[in-house]
Design a protein around this ligand. Structure first.
Ligand SMILES: N[C@@H](CCC(=O)N[C@@H](CS)C(=O)NCC(=O)O)C(=O)O
Length: 238
């Protein structure tokens, strides 16, 4: 499978003995779809989850950073023209198709490389179990953090959000039991997502050490080389 590499700050690919560089590559070349994926992200935001999945799947991609304050991309594009919801992540394919919503994006990416084992095969019961836990993470855990990132939320609302998240964490402890990963012994896209949202606890004043199972789970995933690479690429790790 072709892999990208960096030359003088440009992501480059070998394709049919040609070297193609991003971002100025020749769009007329019929590249495999996986060459051309672009992930719109913001450092440490929920877009870290698909970023980890891109790396774990061994897919080639470019990143475009979105400034939440200005809603501009690093290339100066109005991000609202890319994703009218204004939120990251967005995955853009070279043919112009775009996919939003983290849980959909990570499943799409996993399905580009079924052999990676990042998601059970579509149509199996296990795949619905993956969707079940992705939905729990997105609606109950991820969105449970929302008041904690809202400068206008009162101390009472923030305290209630922390208490609510505590209950979700208790449930996750029971769900994980003594499994290494959410679905058992294999790392899946759900782990990339849960790792990402658990990483926010320190920033919002939640002491994750109250849930030793989750602390151990978080460090286990943090040690994965591709997770480290994603953190480095987002400027979150030296
Ligand atoms: N439902 C969306 C939510 C995405 C989301 O909440 N993104 C946040 C970052 S984690 C965001 O872009 N916030 C910026 C803003 O709302 O201005 C998904 O699951 O992808």
């Amino acid at each position: 499978m072709p892999q990208g590499f960096w030359v003088r700050g440009e992501l480059s690919y070998r394709h049919d003995s040609r070297i193609i560089r991003q971002p100025h590559y020749d769009h007329s070349v019929d590249l495999p779809q996986e060459f051309n994926m672009k992930l719109y992200y913001s450092p440490g935001a929920c877009s870290l989850s698909p970023h980890i999945v891109l790396l774990e799947a061994g897919l080639t991609y470019t990143l475009d950073k979105v400034d939440f304050a200005t809603k501009k991309t690093s290339e100066g594009v109005d991000y609202l023209t890319v994703n009218s919801k204004g939120a990251v992540p967005t995955l853009q394919l070279d043919d112009g198709k775009r996919l939003t919503e983290g849980p959909a994006i990570v499943q799409y990416l996993a399905d580009q490389k079924p052999e990676s084992g990042l998601a059970p095969r579509a149509g199996t019961f296990e795949r619905y179990q993956l969707m079940e836990i992705l939905n729990y993470i997105t609606s109950e855990v991820h969105k449970g953090f929302a008041p904690l990132f809202n400068r206008e939320a009162s101390a009472e609302i923030k305290a209630a959000a922390i208490a609510g998240l505590g209950k979700k964490f208790d449930w996750l402890v029971g769900f994980l039991g003594n499994k290494n990963y959410l679905l058992g012994s294999t790392f899946t896209v759900a782990d990339a997502y849960l790792f990402t949202v658990l990483s926010w606890t320190g920033h919002v004043g939640i002491d994750l050490s109250k849930w030793p199972v989750l602390t151990a789970y978080h460090s286990r995933i943090a040690q994965r080389p591709k997770v480290q690479q994603a953190l480095k690429e987002e400027g979150l790790l030296k």
